[in-house]
Design a protein around this ligand. Structure first.
Ligand code: ADP
Ligand code: ADP
Ligand code: MG
Length: 507
């Protein structure tokens, strides 16, 4: 394969990931082209890119999922490559193929690899062949309820009914009782048909006390494949990740070694090229099984970048340019501990209802060991049409304890007003004993629901109201005192005043 430097990248995405990709391109001296829908004229990725083109109406189907429009912009702007980010067209084999046909480099795997791994049934078959342990279950599409009952008799309840095309936690149902089978099949099938246009289902044994542990891999075009260790992603809500950390508190060096080998074998089995993730489910006895492969950059990739010291987007671009991986497996080490919190515009007190609206103010945390990958700014109006994730707060610490303390500090500095966010909820996660002790599985949020939504949250609201009231009083005193450059303190500061000073310090 010939090396071909990439000079201009079209980023076929929006939000934080588009900004994040543009940043790496800029460091590499690569020009960037943004595309945006009518709802994203004032979005951050548009401001960050060297050029920006409107691609249509706000619904994704009219803009960010419209291949013709995106390819047309790539041609018009002279982009020689397209980075798809995550979501949208990132795992779409037809898009990867279309790029190939049009002579545009797709920064991601071949359409053949996407097809093989994007379909969960075919991925299971391939993994079994490659000797990678998969969750016990079926390897053919489910045809009837009778067949489901037969399978369930063999593998035993509980089971998961899952969509072969599923993603984003959609199209799966947990079945505890035989009487639930028919309704679960119906529900999973209709969700799969609506969400993915493909209603094929299969059955997997439900792994008890499950841990979601995934391995980052990188593969070049010359047969070199390495893993960049694991990410623990068991803090989940509705099968979607909320907090991720690396290393996993559950992992042992021995299991890491063989799981890493299995992850590399999984990637090799589909001739994988680029960055990808092998997701595993692990039980409390550290038995693990292949769950699926994500053939793209993952939301939580920054924790790996921080601990391993690799810029995954740069590596993706270099691989697409036809370069060899600059490191071997033995060169890669994990240093310290990283945690990511996904900050969403959702209301935790109202069933995580997504919130659109105008952000009146944002103050992002800063300082040692903090990385904030976001895209919103004061005065920005969140469009209704897209994902509710506003940013990712990523911290690093020498130890897990330090990382948790730093995450608490970062979250406490993070101020977003105008819309409801999950910041408070994440602060509570960082205080939950099960999390602090590293003893949690995917049931964590459900199990600690009372604590996470508990009274203390209400106290925190009252605290804010009290602080705002005190601030108002303070401002009026400030006016009359006319001592513009001194804080009018007549008596020793009360705890409220001290809190107030901290609260307003960075607004
Ligand atoms: P992760 O969070 O581990 O990167 P997810 O599967 O949650 O992986 O997906 C990441 C993003 O892509 C999310 O914003 C999700 O909503 C979106 N996404 C995932 N699968 C699909 C799909 N099949 N169709 C549309 N969007 C998807
Ligand atoms: P998606 O493509 O939507 O990301 P996954 O197959 O990766 O779907 O599963 C998402 C989450 O659902 C997992 O992280 C885990 O929490 C749960 N899950 C899926 N399959 C199983 C299983 N067999 N046993 C236990 N939990 C499961
Ligand atoms: Mg998954």
């Amino acid at each position: 394969m010939k090396q071909k430097p990439i000079k201009k990248v079209l980023v076929a995405n929006r939000g934080e990931i588009a900004v994040r990709i543009i940043r790496s391109c800029s460091e590499m001296g690569i020009e960037t082209v943004a595309v945006f829908s009518d709802a994203d004229r004032s979005a951050m990725h548009v401001r960050f890119a060297d050029e920006a083109y409107n691609i249509g109406l706000p619904p994704s189907s009219e803009s960010y999922l419209n291949m013709d429009k995106i390819i047309a912009v790539a041609k018009r702007s002279g982009a020689d490559a397209i980075h798809p980010g995550y979501g949208f067209l990132s795992e779409n084999a037809s898009f990867s193929r279309r790029c190939r046909e049009e002579g545009i480099q797709f920064i991601g795997p071949s359409p053949e690899s996407i097809e093989m791994m994007g379909d969960k049934i075919s991925a299971r078959i391939r993994m079994i062949k490659a000797g990678v342990p998969v969750v016990p279950g079926t390897t053919e599409k489910l045809t009837s309820e009778a067949e489901a009952i037969k399978v369930i008799k063999e593998i035993g309840l509980p089971v998961m009914i899952k969509a072969s095309a599923g993603g984003g936690g959609k199209g799966m149902r947990l079945v505890h009782k035989e009487s639930e089978i028919a309704s679960s099949i119906r529900a999973a099938r209709s969700e799969a048909r609506m969400g993915f246009g493909d209603d094929r289902l299969y059955i997997e044994k439900y792994i008890n006390s499950p841990h979601h542990i995934e391995f980052q891999i990188l593969a070049d075009n010359y047969g070199n494949t390495v893993h960049l260790f694991e990410r623990e992603c068991s803090v989940q809500r509705r099968h979607q990740k909320v907090v991720e950390e690396t290393p996993s508190p559950l992992m042992t060096p021995e299991i890491r070694e063989i799981m890493g080998q299995h992850a590399v074998a999984a990637a090799k089995a589909c001739n994988y090229q680029g960055a990808g993730t092998i997701e595993f489910i692990m039980d409390e006895n550290l038995n693990y099984y292949f769950l699926e492969m994500n053939t793209r950059l993952q939301v939580e990739h920054p924790i790996t970048e921080r601990v391993v010291g690799v810029d995954l987007v740069k590596e993706q671009i270099r691989i697409a340019e036809g370069m060899k991986l600059p490191f071997k497996q033995e060169d890669l080490k994990q240093l310290g501990h990283a945690i990511e919190c996904r900050i969403c515009a959702e209301d935790p007190d109202n069933n995580f209802m997504p919130n659109s609206g105008t952000i009146t103010h944002v103050t992002e945390p800063e300082g040692l060991g903090i990385r904030c990958d976001g895209y919103v700014y004061s005065g920005y109006t969140i469009p209704l049409y897209y994902d509710s994730m506003l940013s990712k707060l990523v911290v690093w610490g020498r130890t897990r304890e330090e990382a948790i303390q730093r995450m608490r500090r970062g979250l406490s500095e993070y101020k977003i007003t105008g819309v409801k966010t999950t910041i408070r909820f994440l602060e509570r996660i960082m205080e939950t004993p099960d999390f602090v002790n590293g003893k949690y599985n995917t049931h964590f949020i459900e199990k600690n629901s009372e604590f996470l939504h508990g009274e203390n949250n209400c106290e925190k609201h009252c605290e804010d109201i009290a602080m705002i009231a005190t601030f108002a009083a303070y401002l009026s005193r400030f006016e009359t005192s006319k001592k513009m450059n001194t804080i009018p303190i007549e008596k020793p500061e009360s705890n409220w005043k001290r809190q107030l000073r901290k609260f307003t310090a960075r607004i």
